[in-house]
Design a protein around this ligand. Structure first.
Ligand SMILES: Cc1cc2nc3c(=O)[nH]c(=O)nc-3n(C[C@H](O)[C@H](O)[C@H](O)COP(=O)(O)OP(=O)(O)OC[C@H]3O[C@@H](n4cnc5c(N)ncnc54)[C@H](O)[C@@H]3O)c2cc1C
Length: 450
């Protein structure tokens, strides 16, 4: 039977029972939290920075283990190009520590406030160049895990299949305590920016998606515009400065959402409001980005920097086959326009997309079979959002979208099974062996993994 999806009428407020949160400061604390003898309330959920868009990192009853107290970078090996770190370390802290040694992560990852643990236990994607840059989890060489029964377990490259299961395991096989990642010397790329109509973009999307380029784009469906950011390695690139990227990121992820939230409050007439918002977006992407950043590397071009206060941006992400994306992007434009005409709801921020290379390093890799384009829809407008993401999930199903258990809102469990098929069955078997009484399964994850 299909799992029900309820529409949010806005009339009822769902109250959640208070969750018990514990924050271990070291390995012994973490092992104690998971030890059944400690009688910690179940289900237990492991949480990094808590930036996932679904309930994969929380539970309304039971216990949440906040991993951010495990924040020690154990060591950087500049000779073998590896870093060993506890998993509560924020991505931004790790990127800065590596840059001091002339090293960078393989792959270009945004959202610097997330933790290393969240970024290897769930898909951490960005506009990296080449297939090996698909997910941060691809670079995990070994890890130390505290099992659902509170025991310490080491998983190394020699246990290939087990390591593949632990990458992108959503905290279902245990708490990842420490990881060793492959890194590399900083490499500078050139970044070129263009503004195109959606039809013109569709004409070139397939070609771009199959090349050795890093590829990020912003879609404004209501004004028929796409702004692309193309990155490639050059034989002799210029020096890359961090300040222009910081300014670009500040414009995109702080100024735009703040301005749009204010406009939503003070401008009651949708046509005027949205015209203004679209012009501000176009100006930011068309002028600021293209004039500001010409070169970058995975240390400077990291997108969203770490913030003291988390932003309340709404987000739902689906991935589409790269080979079909020229058709999907046009269908997405029509979907947004029809939704707006029908319900009056639209996202105020552009959808952001990037290419993800084919990656078989994790059992639950979304791009196990083919390269994908991730499309992140983002908005500041809460009223109508939950209805929008239900319709978006339907749209994604119609276009063979692959869901992400941590980022695709309103995905149906049946559809998840269909898309991950026998890999999901195999993962469930491993999960049942390691956690036979479902201590780490909250109701949301139980739909997909029990
Ligand atoms: C504004 C915004 C922008 C975003 N941009 C991007 C983007 O560009 N690219 C992208 O890929 N994602 C993006 N995301 C999604 C999100 O950042 C990722 O899902 C991220 O990897 C989650 O990291 P986290 O530390 O917040 O983990 P959480 O959300 O806390 O947890 C995510 C999952 O990992 C598990 N987990 C966390 N730590 C551990 C651990 N130590 N051991 C075992 N399991 C663990 C949790 O149980 C949960 O299932 C964005 C989200 C927001 C809100």
């Amino acid at each position: 039977m299909a799992s029900p999806r309820f529409r949010d009428t806005g009339r009822f407020v769902r109250r959640q029972a208070p969750t018990n949160t514990v924050k271990p400061a070291n390995l012994a604390d973490l092992m104690r939290c998971l030890d059944p003898a400690s009688n910690v309330a179940t289900p237990i959920r492991i949480r990094g920075a808590g930036t996932a868009s679904t309930d994969c990192n929380t539970c309304s009853t039971g216990t949440t283990i906040d991993i951010t107290g495990l924040d020690r970078i154990v060591g950087i090996d500049t000779y073998n190009h590896t870093v060993t770190t506890e998993t509560g370390v924020r991505l931004g802290t790790l990127v800065a520590a590596l840059a001091e040694q002339g090293l960078e992560l393989i792959g270009n990852h945004d959202q610097m406030e997330r933790t290393v643990g969240g970024a290897v236990a769930s898909p951490c994607m960005g506009p990296g160049i080449g297939d090996q840059a698909a997910f941060l989890s691809t670079q995990v060489m070994s890890m130390k895990v505290v099992t659902p029964l509170g025991k310490l377990m080491k998983v190394s490259k020699q246990q290939k299949h087990l390591l593949n299961a632990f990458r992108l395991s959503y905290g279902l096989l245990g708490a990842i305590y420490e990881v060793t990642l492959c890194v590399r010397p900083i490499m500078t790329f050139s970044a070129k920016h263009r503004g195109l109509s959606i039809d013109t973009f569709a004409d070139v999307a397939n070609r771009l998606a199959s090349r050795e380029v890093g590829f990020k784009f912003y879609v404004l469906p209501h004004v028929d515009r796409v702004y692309i950011d193309l990155r490639r390695y050059e034989a002799s690139p210029n020096y890359s400065y961090g300040a222009p990227w910081k300014l670009k990121d500040w414009g995109e992820s702080t100024v735009l959402p703040h301005v749009f939230k204010s406009l939503n409050r003070v401008l009651p007439i949708p046509s005027v409001k949205y015209r203004l918002m679209d012009s501000i977006c176009a100006a930011t992407h068309g002028m600021v980005n293209s004039r500001l950043v010409g070169t970058g590397n995975n240390a400077t071009a990291t997108g969203t920097r770490r913030r003291r206060r988390s932003r309340s941006l709404l987000r739902s992400t689906w991935c589409f086959p790269a080979s079909d994306f020229s058709v999907v992007v046009k269908a997405y434009r029509e979907f947004c326009r029809e939704t707006f005409a029908g319900s009056g709801y639209r996202n105020d921020l552009p959808a952001v997309g990037f290419r993800i290379g084919r990656d078989t390093s994790a059992l639950l890799s979304p791009s196990f079979d083919e390269p994908l384009i991730a499309l992140q829809t983002t908005s500041t407008q809460e009223k109508g959002w939950e209805d929008f993401v239900i319709d978006l999930a339907q749209f994604a199903e119609n276009w063979s979208g692959t869901p992400l258990f941590c980022q695709s809102r309103s995905m149906r469990a049946e559809y998840g099974k269909q898309m991950y098929s026998n890999r999901l069955d195999f993962f469930r078997k491993i999960r049942r062996q390691l956690d036979s009484s479902g201590r780490l399964l909250n109701p949301y994850l139980a739909q997909h993994f029990s």
